[in-house]
Design a protein around this ligand. Structure first.
Ligand code: ADP
Ligand code: MG
Length: 324
């Protein structure tokens, strides 16, 4: 029988609230379990709010290059987690042609106006903002109607105008503006990254996604966005163990980015997508939901995590890399 030893795990901050609770128990030696929580615990149970420092709003673009890797899922779940932590959040769906953030959030029937109508002067900004009934400090802004083309002239400047208008609202500027970026690196991508001052790069541990992520990292840096953190999504420990999937440590070494979170492959994600009920609101929490919640916490505190090395015992022949 292979027994695995937890080699390293350390979120950067000493007082970080993250337990090693999301590490599957079979990857931790029994003796290691003594001092660790033995059930999945939500970070919301910690009795401190993460500290938000620096200028607000923090304008964060969620991007990837490749499509279908989890940008919209990340925007919905990290956005709602931030709202649950008490921050005011506006999520902008900048994926114009293939808008679906409203679906994931279950807000599709409440989008009457979009940013295009605001810019045309057909409605006010607050009419285009859809307030979530579950967390009233979370609002959604869609750029345009589904299947419609981006109007000529809509670009980075228009998005900057919208961000400035959000800052200038009577009720005060939001703490976070999160932009769901379209796939690819063409005009839609350029528009989405223009107002951002930081980025979360979502990637899956496969070579195509990594190549796109690397290219996007270069483009973000060229655009002056230096604060780039990554989320590795759809990680399967069984495949990593079988050496059929790249480990998170490998991904981190390849991209050289700070790690905001590691999200396991979880059927609950698909279920929650189809129900329009974001995963982080699930009770009891699921592993992927907790991982998103923790990523949101790290985003607030400008923190990052380290990939974890899990070593094979007792023969110590090879090693597997894993995550915490
Ligand atoms: P993108 O916005 O990058 O195109 P989405 O967030 O729409 O990607 O996700 C694409 C699909 O992958 C969706 O069906 C979603 O439910 C699924 N998915 C995303 N993350 C996970 C995960 N961790 N486990 C299982 N399915 C996932
Ligand atoms: Mg998407």
């Amino acid at each position: 029988m292979i027994s695995l030893q937890l080699h390293t795990i350390s979120p950067n901050k000493k007082n970080s609230p993250f337990p090693i609770s999301t590490t599957p128990k079979h990857l931790i030696r029994k003796s290691n379990l003594k001092n660790r929580p033995n059930k999945i615990v939500s970070v919301l149970q910690w009795n401190r709010k993460p500290e938000l420092s620096g200028e607000t709003p923090r304008v964060v673009v969620i991007t990837s290059g490749k499509g279908g890797v989890g940008k919209t899922t990340t925007t919905a779940n990290v956005g709602l987690s931030l709202a649950r932590l008490g921050f005011s959040v506006v999520a902008i769906d900048a994926d114009v042609g293939l808008r679906n953030l409203d679906l994931l959030l279950g807000l599709e029937n409440r989008v009457n106006y979009t940013a295009v109508e605001v810019l045309n002067g057909d409605c006010r900004l607050d009419q285009a903002l859809v307030r979530d009934k579950r967390w009233s400090n979370f609002e959604l802004l869609c750029i345009s109607k589904p299947r419609s083309k981006l109007p000529l002239g809509f670009g980075g400047k228009a998005l900057i105008w919208l961000v400035d208008a959000l800052k200038a609202r009577q009720e005060g500027s939001p703490d976070f503006i999160i932009i769901d970026c379209p796939a690819g690196i063409d005009a839609g991508f350029i528009t989405a990254i223009t107002p951002a001052n930081e980025a979360v790069l979502v990637t899956t541990p496969d070579i195509t996604s990594l190549r796109d992520a690397d290219r996007v990292t270069g483009l973000l840096e060229c655009d002056g966005i230096k604060d780039i953190k990554m989320i590795v999504n759809r990680v399967r420990t069984d495949m990593i163990r079988g050496e059929d999937m790249m480990s998170v440590l490998d991904v981190q070494e390849m991209l050289g980015l700070a790690l905001l979170g590691v999200i396991p492959e979880d059927a609950e994600v698909i279920r929650s997508t189809n129900r329009g009920y974001p995963l982080v609101l699930n009770k009891p929490p699921t592993l992927a939901g907790l991982a998103f919640e923790q990523a949101a916490w790290r985003l607030v505190e400008q923190d990052s995590m380290k990939a974890v090395m899990v070593e094979e015992e007792p023969k110590k022949r090879g090693f597997f890399s894993f995550f915490g």
